[in-house]
Write a protein that binds this ligand. Sequence first.
Ligand code: NAD
Length: 453
Amino acid sequence: MRVVVVGAGYVGLTTGVALAHVGHKVQFVDTNQSKIKLLRTGKSPIHEPGLDELINLNAQRTEFYSYIGEYIGAADLIMIAVGTPPKTNGEAETRFVEEAVTEVAQQLRDGSTYTFVVKSTVPIGTNRRVAELVRRTLQGQDIDAKVYVASNPEFLREGSALKDAFYPDRIVVGAEDPAAIDALRRLYRPFLEQTFDAPPAIPRPEGLSLPPLITTDPTSAEMIKYAANAFLALKISYINEIAGLCEKVGADVVEVSRGIGLDPRIGPGFLNAGLGWGGSCFPKDTLALLAMGSEFGYEMPIVEAARKVNIRQRTRAIEKLQQGLKALRGRTVGVLGLAFKPGTDDIREAPALDVVRRLLELGAHVRAHDPIALDNARKVLGDDLDIEFFDDPYEMAEGADALVLATEWPMYKKLSLKRLADTLRGGLLVDGRNVFDPEEAKAAGLRYMGVGR
Ligand code: NAD
C-alpha cells in the first residue's frame, strides 16, 4: 500500500519504518525541518535500537517530506501520528491532529479512496471530528473522494519501539465502516501473519504467538488506549505506595513485588518500586482521562491517587537526601540517569528532571550523567549555572556529597560500588530504582537508601 505518515516522531517514524520493511511504500512528513534533513541522510533523530539500520535498509521504500503536498493524493492510507500534548486544563491538545488532517484533506483527489488512520492518542470523539473535518474540507473544494476513518491506538514502548512494531501483542482498530477495517487488515497482514523476513537487528522472538486484530468501534478504541496507560501507571503507583509502607514496617518491596507478581492475576510487569513513572504518555494520558471524566462530573479517584503517589515518590527521594545530608543548600548531588526510562533519549516528564529541579530550588549544586540523553537534557536544563553534565559517572561522583540513581540504565548496575564509595565525599547513595543490592552497597562502604527496602 502507499502510506503517508504524518509526524515522524517516536510513534510515526518507528511504525512507518516497520511498515516499509514489510513492503509498503511509506512517505513521511514532519513540519520539523531538521528532523527531515537528518532522516534524508539516513540518520534517526531519536535513539531507538535498530532504527538507523532499518532506515537505511528500507531507503528504497521511504521518502521524507517537510511539507504536506501533492504527493499525498496518490496515497491509499494516511496515518496521523503527531503529538497530542496536554493543555493547561489537562485535556489532550488535538490541534496538531486537526491541522494535519485538514491540510492532508486539501490534497485528496477526485474519485480516489483513502483511509485516515488516527494513531495519535486522542480524546474520545476525535475520530468523529476527523471524519467531519475531512468531509467539510472536501465539500469546500468540491472534491468527491471516498474517505474512511479508523482509530488505531499505538502501544509501543520507547526503547523497544521497533520490536513492539514488528511483534505486537495485539493490534486495535476502531472503525464504523468495514472497509476501513479491511484496509487496516491489509496494512498489518504481514505483522498479523508474521510473513515478513525479520530484520537482523530485530529478530523474531522464539515461540511468538500471532497477534490478534481487535476490531471495535472508534470510541472503544480511543478508550482502550487511555485505559491501558492509566492501568500501567497505577500498577507502578500501587507498588510505590506499598514500598512506602515497607520502609516503615521493615519489609523489602523487591521481595514483596516478586511474591505478588508471580500470581498470574497480578503479573510481574510494572511492579518495580522507584521514583515513579514519567515520559510523554502516562502523565499526559492520566491527566487527559481525568479531564474527560470531569467533563461529565465523573470522579476517578483511583487515577487521581495514582498521580498523587507518583509525585510523592520524587519528594521521598529528596527527603532521603535531606535525611542523609541535612540541609541540601551548598551540597553537591550527582544524578545518575536523566532519560525517563532506560533505552531512550526521551526526557519528557522524566522523574530525574523533577529531582534535579527540586535540588536546584533547594540550593544544591547538581551534577548529571546519562549515557545518551545528555544532549536533550542540556537543551532544557543547560542554562542553569548550578548544573554540570558529565560523560563519566565516576568523574561525576568525585567529591560529590551524594548520588541519586534516577534511571536504571544497565551500565549503572555494573558500576564499582567500592570505587564510588572511595570517591564520594559523603558516601550517600539514594538508589531511586533499586538497582543495587543493599548489603553489597553497605559492604562497599556506602550509606545506601533504596525505595521500600
Ligand atoms: P513526537 O513528539 O515524538 O512526534 C510528533 C511529531 O509530529 C513531531 O516530530 C512533530 O514535529 C510532528 N508534527 C506536529 N505537527 C505536525 C503537522 N501538522 N504535520 C506534520 N508533522 C507534525 O510524539 P510521539 O511520542 O511520537 O507521539 C505521537 C502520538 O502518539 C501522541 O499522541 C502520543 O500520545 C502517542 N503515543 C506515543 C507513544 C510513545 O511512546 N512516544 C506511545 C503510544 C502512543
